[in-house]
Design a protein around this ligand. Structure first.
Ligand SMILES: Nc1ncnc2c1ncn2[C@@H]1O[C@H](COP(=O)(O)OP(=O)(O)OP(=O)(O)O)[C@@H](O)[C@H]1O
Length: 262
């Protein structure tokens, strides 16, 4: 189980940013800082998939980067199976598989070499690496391009390779930042099936998305962030009830509107 409580993260504003300021200032901005994440809390249990929703710039990526230990929160706690990973980031790094838009593959290595390399970094034996890679290449339908150099891959191939790389060490929790953005229908379906497989194995999955149809297909829970603040955390049914609509897009917009009126 993963539990996130009262997360906060601010970034120091650059001189350039201050110089180019317009009248249209985000309420999260003060003289020195941009308060990207102001109060974010949610939880995801064993075998659950949680969809993290919010408009552009809401703070989803910043939140996921804190969970992945790439960023240190200014305040708040993140616990995985009772371990505080803010205090013990090394435990966090072992427990989490993180896919972000900026995760890089080594361009001159093949797909297979890339995934194997990250598995070895996690201390897996050669035998375990070979078995796990074969399993992932099958699940993600990758066998036909594993010998291609990463620099020559299409968007979809790259995303599959990045997902394989992120989960190669059997993480306890999987965090995916917009895993299907830019993918065609076939590749999207492969990724959706892969997330379903993780759920069936009992692995909690948290993924951010702007596609509410994916939420309907996959999610047990939903968390919504608006301007850096959590405005909903609950089951998919509670999301529809709170948003007063069975149509997820409408429920989402109602929840956002309500949070702006508070
Ligand atoms: N290093 C940084 N310095 C200053 N501001 C930042 C930094 N990183 C993020 N921000 C700001 O924090 C806010 C939240 O960004 P974030 O990328 O977390 O949003 P998001 O919800 O993932 O958006 P999207 O859906 O567009 O990907 C944005 O206004 C962004 O400009």
């Amino acid at each position: 189980m993963i539990e996130v409580a009262g997360l906060k993260k601010k970034f120091k504003l650059t001189k350039d940013h201050k110089k180019n300021k317009t009248d249209n200032i985000d309420p999260r901005e003060d003289k020195e800082f941009f308060h990207s994440v102001r109060d974010v809390s949610f939880q995801c249990n064993k075998g659950e998939v949680l969809g993290l929703l919010g408009p552009n710039g809401a703070g989803k990526t910043t939140t996921l980067r804190m969970i992945s230990t790439a960023l240190k929160p200014d305040e708040g706690s993140i616990t995985i199976s009772g371990h505080d990973i803010v205090k013990k980031p090394l435990v966090g790094r072992k427990s989490i598989g993180f896919l972000s838009g900026s995760t890089g593959l080594y361009g001159r290595l093949t797909v297979k070499e890339n995934v194997e390399y990250f598995a070895r970094l996690h201390g897996m034996s050669k035998k375990a690496v070979a078995a796990r890679c074969d399993e992932l290449f099958t699940l993600l339908d990758m066998h036909n391009f594993i010998d291609k150099r990463a620099e020559n891959l299409s968007t979809g191939m790259k995303q599959k390779a990045n997902i394989a790389r992120a989960v190669v060490h059997h993480p306890d929790v999987v965090i995916l930042d917009e895993p299907t953005t830019g993918l065609d229908i076939m590749t999207t379906q492969t990724v959706i099936n892969f997330i379903r497989g993780l759920k069936e194995q009992g692995t909690p999955v948290i993924f951010s998305t702007h596609h509410l149809d994916e939420v309907a297909l996959l999610c047990d829970r939903v968390a919504v962030i608006n301007q850096g603040i959590s405005c909903f955390d609950g089951t998919l049914d509670e999301f529809k009830q709170t948003g007063q609509s069975d149509e997820l897009n409408q429920a989402f917009m109602n929840i956002l509107t309500e949070s702006r009126n508070v």
